[in-house]
Design a protein around this ligand. Structure first.
Ligand SMILES: [Fe+2]
Length: 281
């Protein structure tokens, strides 16, 4: 099974993410874009028909990731420690997150702590350091995504910030309980998830990210599929027995494996009741 290159491993451990280029054929993405606009009832080529700047569409169909993008699937498995760790079926849907001109009339504001909406994903569970519900933050680019055209902002040095917060709260953290706008002030490294249609970002789940403006009014379509583990993460094994996601967390907290024990039951939460940013990308 093809896995990660040395460069991808090094990049993930340093920056908390990898970008998988050409993970989906461009022709498949173009078909998805056409379908998306058909469902919206907008004309792709006529901006006057784009009556909403942002739409988070419901999912109508799911496909196994291994069929849509074998290469992304293999790399996802490699990052989390193997296919057996992933809850099946592992699927991607057509629940597109469409940005056709978010805050397009405002001056472009580069990624930084003053941008609104920083968060980590997972509005449906009480968060622990080892939570299995969010194995990776995945961003699938179904269109080209360019600077100033609605790229997701990422703080690529935020894993230690969120890891420390979760380690300090073994009783769990509510989805809206991280005080994100304070946490983001502890970060300095900001990046944009730009790329071409078919590129896929695989990102450590503790990475703070935020929607951005689309001042160019480009057609920007992504999905943000959840990836769930069968069991909680482990941090108490020798480093070479931990997944890369787990290693990144251990490194963020001093580099020495340790035992993490939640002090409260794992609990589900109902999305939408916790004042999370409504649209996450
Ligand atoms: Fe998000």
């Amino acid at each position: 099974m093809s896995t990660l290159t040395d460069a991808e491993v090094a990049h993930f451990l340093e920056f908390g993410y990898i970008k998988v280029p050409n993970a989906i054929p461009r022709s498949v993405c173009e078909e998805a874009e056409r379908e998306c606009f058909e469902r919206l009832g907008f004309d792709m080529e006529d901006q006057s028909t784009w009556s909403m700047p942002r739409i988070h569409m419901p999912s109508t169909k799911h496909r196994e990731v291994k069929d849509v993008s074998p290469v992304a699937y293999e790399k996802m498995c490699a990052l989390v420690g193997g296919e057996h760790k992933l809850k099946q079926p592992c699927t991607w849907s057509d629940g597109y997150i469409v940005n056709l001109g978010v805050r397009a009339d405002d001056p472009w504001e580069p990624a930084g702590p003053d941008c609104p909406g920083w968060h980590v994903d997972g509005d449906f569970f009480l968060h622990f350091l080892d939570s299995p519900e969010q194995a990776l933050l995945v961003i699938v680019l179904w269109t080209d995504v360019v600077h100033q055209g609605g790229p997701t902002f990422m703080a690529s040095d935020s894993v230690p910030v969120i890891a420390k917060y979760l380690a300090d709260h073994p009783e769990g953290v509510e989805p809206n309980g991280f005080e994100f706008q304070q946490r983001i002030r502890e970060c300095q490294r900001f990046e944009e998830a730009t790329g071409e249609a078919g590129d896929v970002y695989l990102i450590h789940p503790f990475t703070l990210h935020a929607t951005s403006q689309n001042v160019l009014r480009k057609r920007r379509i992504i999905t943000n599929p959840a990836l769930i583990l069968n069991e909680p993460m482990r941090f108490d094994l020798p480093m070479n027995e931990l997944s890369l996601v787990e290693q990144k967390t251990v490194n963020a907290l001093g580099g020495v494996p340790f035992k993490f024990q939640p002090t409260r039951e794992r609990e589900r939460r109902v999305p939408g009741q916790k004042q999370m940013p409504k649209s996450s990308m």
